[in-house]
Every structure is written in C-alpha cells, then in structure tokens.
Design a protein around this ligand. Structure first.
Ligand SMILES: [Zn+2]
Length: 233
C-alpha cells in the first residue's frame, strides 16, 4: 500500500514523495518536469535528499529531454491559459471577445481582445503585437551602438525586422542589421548579445579570432547567452 504523498524541497526543486514497502528509492521525472519519489517506509528524509542530490545531473538531463521534445512537438497554443514568452518571461493568454482588437500586458497576463476566439484571429493579433514590440525593443537597443559605430568609422546600424527560419540576426556591409522578431521572446540580455554579435560583423564579416576578441570584449557572457538562446522554448 502506498502512503499519502507529501511534498519535499530537494536540490532539484519541489518533489512529490510517497512511501511504500518497496526496498529502494525510485526517482522519476514526469513529462511536465516535475519530480516524483517513491521511497521505502524506513528511509530518512535526509537520506532521500542525498540520493536526489546524487541523481541531480540525470534529473536535469531528463528535464531537458522532455522540454526539447515539448518544443519540437507542441505548437504554440492560442487559447486562454496558454503560455507565451516576452523578454524572457512567461505570460498566460487571457482572451476576451470585443469590438476593438488589442493587447495589454497586465501582471503575468497577456490580455487580448479579439473579435472571435478562432485560433487564426488570436494568432494574428498576438503576432502583430510581437512584431511591434520587437521593432520597439530592437530599435531602442540598437540606438546605443550608433555612436560607437560612428567613432570607429563603421556604417551606422539601421534596423530591419524580418522573420528568418534559422537565425536570430544578420548584418549587411551597409549597416543594415536584420533581426528576427521571434528574438523578442528571449531575455533582454540575450537580445543584447545578438545585437552585439551583429554589430561586430560590421567590422569583421566572418567569425575569425579578431571577431571573437571584439565580441568577447563587448559581451563577456556571450557563450552563456548563446546557450540560453538555444535552449529557449
Ligand atoms: Zn555571426
């Protein structure tokens, strides 16, 4: 018989713990990333925490596997309660029907007003909003580089927002910086990294050692931020 489950705080986060007359501790990561433990009746909580700590790397890997799978398999949803990212934070959609379409960020919610709840309509209004926000956020951040570029005799960067299938940004020799509107879903530090990367291309078109040195000096955290972007769901 299994005892009623309790929740305990482990190194890997909150876990659901049940006890049964089994002989070993079972650790499972569920598809939503939550942690489930089934322990023998006589195992102390300290011992359970130690065992979870030892499996922490495995737990992290399982969670990553599930979230990658999730990112591949689950298309974005356009119903009330669905989550969408903006500047690295997750917001929940709250849909209401009204005469005038619009979208307001309120607390943790994206409050959207649409003429009908049809997925297509919600998606259209949401994507329009993302595109406007992307242009605004990118422009504000790119602005900071104009003086830097002009001091170095580089072309003054000008922004173009464009959907690209496989990249966050690109730079042209005339100073045009193309940025993917999807990038506005990422944390602002990640956006700044992509912009710094593209601005470096105004000086060095390829990714050679001089490019890397320049990027390193302008954005010391670039490797970490790049990894974070790649993991973004
Ligand atoms: Zn590049």
């Amino acid at each position: 018989m299994m005892s009623e489950a309790v929740f305990i705080d482990t190194l890997a986060g909150r876990a659901r713990l049940a006890r049964t007359n089994r002989r070993t501790l079972a650790i499972s990561v569920l598809p939503d990333g939550s942690l489930e433990l089934v322990a023998p009746l006589d195992t102390s909580e300290a011992e359970i925490l130690r065992r979870v700590e030892k499996r922490n790397l495995w737990i992290t890997k399982q969670r990553r596997r599930f979230s990658e799978w999730e990112a591949e398999k689950t298309p974005r949803r356009y119903v009330t309660g669905a989550t969408h990212r903006y500047l690295g934070r997750q917001y929940r959609l709250r849909i209401q029907v009204g005469a005038a379409t619009g979208l307001v960020l309120r607390g943790g919610f994206l409050d959207i007003t649409v003429r009908s709840r049809a997925d297509e309509e919600v998606k259209r209004v949401l994507e329009e909003w993302y595109r406007r926000r992307a242009a605004m956020q990118f422009q504000k951040r790119l602005e900071r580089w104009k003086e830097w570029c002009s001091h170095r005799g580089l072309p003054i960067p000008t922004l173009r927002v464009r959907i690209m299938a496989k990249r966050w940004g690109s730079a042209r020799p005339d100073g045009t910086i193309l940025l993917n509107p999807e990038l506005v879903r990422a944390a602002s530090t990640c956006i700044d990294y992509v912009i710094a990367h593209e601005v470096c291309h105004l000086k060095y078109p390829n990714h050679g050692p001089r490019f890397r040195n320049l990027l390193q000096s302008l954005c010391p955290d670039h490797a970490k931020l790049k990894a974070r972007l790649e993991q973004m769901d």
